[in-house]
Design a protein around this ligand. Structure first.
Ligand SMILES: *Cc1c(COP(=O)(O)O)cnc(C)c1O
Length: 356
């Protein structure tokens, strides 16, 4: 049976990126050796990482003065690396979900943290507004897409202080004005590749401003100097990231990714909004194009398990909502075909017809 992969992460990848990774694992570029068994310092791997950096810069239109790093430790390690490298006295954070909360927790180890807006009062189903960024903050941290709750900040706003963004789950889903950010980072495994590599896009001149000593592995300047090879990098994940970027470029770039994302999201949100049994959980003006969260209306709550069962038999994978929201979550990342969204909607209609 055909599977429809709505996993939140690690998640669906372009088939071609998987096939090319598989080939490289058997024999990289016909050199007679596997990607798994060559030195990261070999010219064959250097070409892989160079191409990944070049493609990232090209696809996201990253201006001069920024570095692209591929590190380990996930987005979660960045939660502490960012304040380690950038927080002198005070930082501002927007609390829009569990990932933002985790970032805040780490930052508190390094200085004063001003949480200038929070949507925790409504289980993070909206993006707080009306906040003021304190001019004396070293930086302001946002999470552009809240993977668990299905809310998203989709514009690149001006910030009076350095702007830092966790874009783990919406990177490469729209054109980004990188010049508005001091740093953009994320785990690759949602929309940019597979697990094991973290991308960091950082403006050189924001580093080296803190007084504390920084351990080498946590110092961005060292990773920059060493071209992401201070230690052995996650070679296979970097390869898959490169292949994913190549696919994005060949498909027409991030503008095309945005167009497709809007198409997928509109189809599913329209189905949810016109449904008798289902309803969305995020407020409409904050809805994510990448993670679409919905539940059964109050009077049908007891049917959620039955829907889950039907969905499974129709090939749906990964649609269970995060335990903190419940219900369902369809992650509709770049590589998800529109036909999978349609299959999910067909399944919802089938269930409604049989149960109402
Ligand atoms: C998944 C996710 C993370 C955590 O990423 P790891 O690579 O597992 O550390 C952080 N932020 C957001 C927005 C995420 O979706």
């Amino acid at each position: 049976m055909e599977k429809h992969n709505f996993n939140a992460g690690p998640s669906i990848l372009p088939r071609i990126a998987i096939e090319n990774t598989a080939k490289a694992i058997l024999d990289l570029n016909g050199i007679g050796m596997s990607l798994l068994e060559i030195s990261h310092r070999s010219k064959d791997f250097q070409a892989v990482i160079d191409e990944a950096v070049a493609l990232f810069k090209e696809v996201l239109n990253i201006p001069e003065g920024y570095q692209v790093l591929f590190l380990g430790g996930g987005a979660s390690l960045q939660f502490c690396m960012i304040p380690f490298n950038m927080l002198n006295k005070k930082a501002a954070y927007l609390e829009t979900g569990v990932w933002a909360k985790k970032a805040i927790k780490e930052a508190k180890l390094f200085g004063e943290v001003a949480v200038i807006g929070s949507s925790s009062d409504k289980n993070f189903n909206y993006i707080p507004s009306g906040w003021q960024i304190p001019a004396d903050a070293d930086y302001f941290h946002i999470t552009t897409n809240n993977t668990i709750y299905g809310t998203e900040i989709r514009e690149d706003f001006d910030s009076p202080v350095l702007l830092v963004a966790d874009m783990s789950s919406d990177i490469l889903s729209r054109p980004v004005d990188v010049s508005k950010y001091a740093m953009i980072y994320g785990g690759a495994q949602k929309n940019a590749g597979t697990a094991g590599v973290t991308f960091v896009i950082v403006r050189d001149d924001v580093l080296g401003k803190v007084d504390r000593a920084i351990p080498s592995m946590l110092d961005y300047r060292i990773h920059i100097k060493e071209g992401s090879m201070f230690n052995t990098p996650p070679c296979v994940s970097i390869f898959t990231l490169k292949e994913t970027l190549k696919w994005v470029k060949e498909m027409g770039g991030v503008a095309k990714m945005e167009e497709l994302a809007k198409e997928r999201a509109k189809l599913l949100y329209d189905a949810i909004d016109t449904s008798k049994m289902f309803e969305g959980t995020a407020v409409k003006d904050a809805r994510s194009l990448m993670n679409i969260c919905f539940v059964m209306k109050e009077q049908y709550k007891d049917k959620e398990d039955a829907f889950m069962e039907l969905a499974k038999t129709r090939g749906m994978v990964g649609i269970k909502g995060h335990r903190s929201v419940g219900g369902f979550r369809a992650s509709t990342y770049n590589a998800l075909p529109l036909s999978s969204v349609q299959a999910l909607i067909n399944c919802m209609h089938e269930f409604e017809a049989a149960n109402s």
